[in-house]
Write a protein that binds this ligand. Sequence first.
Ligand code: TYD
Ligand code: MG
Length: 460
Amino acid sequence: MAKKNVSVFFCQECGNETSKWSGQCPACGAWNSLVEEIVDKSKAKARAKVADVAPTKLIDVAASNEHRISTNIEEFDRVLGGGIVPGSMVLVGGDPGIGKSTLLLQTCRLLCQSGVNVMYVSGEESLQQIKIRADRIGQFNDKLDLFCETNLDTIKAVVEREKPTVLIIDSIQTMYNEAVGSAPGSVTQVRESTSVLMEIAKVQGIAVFIVGHVTKEGTVAGPRVLEHMVDTVLYFEGDRHASYRILRGVKNRFGSTNEIGVFEMRDTGLAEVKNPSAVMLDGRPENAEGSIVTCAMEGTRPILVEIQSLVSKTAFEIPRRMATGCDYNRVNLLVAVLERMRDAKANKACGVFLGRSDIYVNIAGGMRINEPAIDLAIAMAIYSSEKDIPIDAGTIVFGEIGLSGEVRSVSMAEQRVREAEKLGFKKAIVPYSNLASLKNLSGIEVVGVANVKEAVDAIS
Ligand code: TYD
Ligand code: MG
């Protein structure tokens, strides 16, 4: 007879399942991450009957008029792809204390004001604690039900009775399902709890938001499996000590994933930031060496950011290189390109020697940008700091740099230049190959550069 309960080992980093313990996870290589859990195998055997099941033709599927509920927070709606989809499951991940509970409570307030029934289940805070937070945020009406509970069976029963339109679970790590033997927060528990919530969402058409804490490695604590199960994964990020917060979509079955929402933490909760470019450029030094403005795209949204660089004589054997907000390896690559810079017209090398210098690159305002379109700005910031040449504060620069020093075209050049124009910039240095698409811009001077040397000439 098959054993009913078997013990299996789960990796807490990647969710991999093995039958034997080992010091290192055979799947992801993490050390000391396997934990033992008891799994009831008897349930797994229950199979659905297959006799009457048949696939449906795609053309026969009725395109339901997808109806979305607006959160009344424009920045949040944008990241969700236009509002909340009934029956969807959204995971909101982020560091502890970043403002996940605040954001969701504010969303509750606005949803309730537009007549939506919301239930907020907290496993982390008491009713009084939530009340204190709510008082800072503003007035609430009677559409919001609070429930402090961690037992999922109870939650499920209450949800079935109350039938809210939107359900918020704060946080998935505190929930437990009695059918699973292990402790709350463990991989199996988080996974099983999510599947119970998933059932609630799909069967009853309730939109469920679940809060998930993030480990120091930056993934939602416990399993990656959670990300596969839900429809939408949003990360709430930002420096806990700075006031700006960015809500970023990393997975979305109902919209684009590249969108971001920008918020500011105030003493009355989170406020939307409608014009992030102006915020990111706030307090920028005028005409300073090593400081230049570029335009990055976050989804469909152009955002101007200041790139700063500091080049100084090194006191070490091996010079230090540091990149904050951008890719470290990309910075190294750009340093190498600057060192090997060539003047194509005179056909001679004109590189800058940086081998004895420490180089620091920083994106001001706490943004993280992985787009190659900021290459040219990083290179120009380093050049400007090294040569002590201040860059005119009314200039923006963007373009991808190739290994031979060529400046390559970027997408959505027009939106980028228009955003700069809107914020009063007078000159844009852009890839030469993008010039054709920028002919009908009038309020701003557009200069096309084909390689790094031409860009250097254009800023000096
Ligand atoms: P919280 O939403 O509790 O974070 P999480 O749920 O992600 O752990 O955010 C708490 C932080 O936000 C806390 O440090 C206090 C701060 N805060 C404000 O600055 N203003 C406010 O109005 C509120 C409600 C919180
Ligand atoms: Mg919280």
